[in-house]
Design a protein around this ligand. Structure first.
Ligand code: ATP
Ligand code: PH2
Length: 182
């Protein structure tokens, strides 16, 4: 087998949402699974928000949060790891926008834009979802060279549904993993 070429690491933002079972425990377990991957380092967690369901309304409220990670994985490989974490936590794909034990969306990855059937970056609906923008704005730093901070601020000013996003708990990274910046 050929030795893997060391690749540069990029920062990425991942949205987590859950509204079945024990959402907080499942999201922490998903974050821990990501952090256990040798090519993923957890950097920061947003706070946790209780959010009104969007899209398909006849379902329980969600808990939503966003993680910042560093990774040497390609975007496609990172999404694959995220999907494996969803499956490990018992996510069944049924109703579009419907209830879920844990949903992981790859929002944004430093320097990457793409549009394939498997992966679109930035996530095509991130700038119109208050349940993504509010937690994301907790952890995107003003110094972000990509302009993400400005885009998130501008989208937050315009987006509907901020009332449906309520602070629930202070965020933290699963213990023993990642850095302790937040
Ligand atoms: N940026 C992205 N993050 C996550 N999945 C993506 C992304 N871009 C494309 N996809 C594709 O979208 C498909 C459906 O994902 P999923 O079932 O999580 O959608 P959903 O959660 O119901 O809706 P939404 O994507 O609006 O949150 C996945 O199989 C994945 O390949
Ligand atoms: N509040 C809220 N609503 C949703 C969410 C979510 O994470 N939070 N996820 C969905 C699946 O795409 C559909 N609707």
């Amino acid at each position: 087998m050929m030795a893997q070429t060391p690749s540069e690491s990029s920062e990425a933002y991942i949205a987590l949402g859950a509204n079945l079972g024990d959402p907080e425990a499942q999201m922490m377990r998903a974050a821990a699974l990501l952090g256990e991957h040798p090519q993923i380092t957890l950097l920061r967690s947003s706070n946790l928000y209780e959010t009104d369901p969007v899209g398909y309304l006849d379902q329980p409220n969600f808990i939503n949060m966003v993680l910042a990670v560093k990774t040497t994985l390609t975007p496609e490989a990172l999404l694959t790891v995220m999907q494996e974490a969803e499956l490990a936590l018992g996510r069944e794909r049924n109703i579009r926008f419907g209830p879920r034990t844990v949903d992981l969306d790859l929002l944004w990855m430093e320097g990457r834009t793409m549009d394939t059937p498997f992966l679109t970056l930035p996530h095509p609906r991130m700038f119109e979802r208050a349940f993504v923008l509010v937690p994301l704005s907790d952890i995107v730093s003003e110094g972000e060279a990509s302009g993400l901070y400005e885009r998130v601020r501008a989208a937050l000013d315009l987006v509907d549904g901020k009332d449906g996003v309520r602070f629930w708990k202070t965020g933290s990274l699963p213990s023993g993993l990642g850095h302790s910046e937040n």
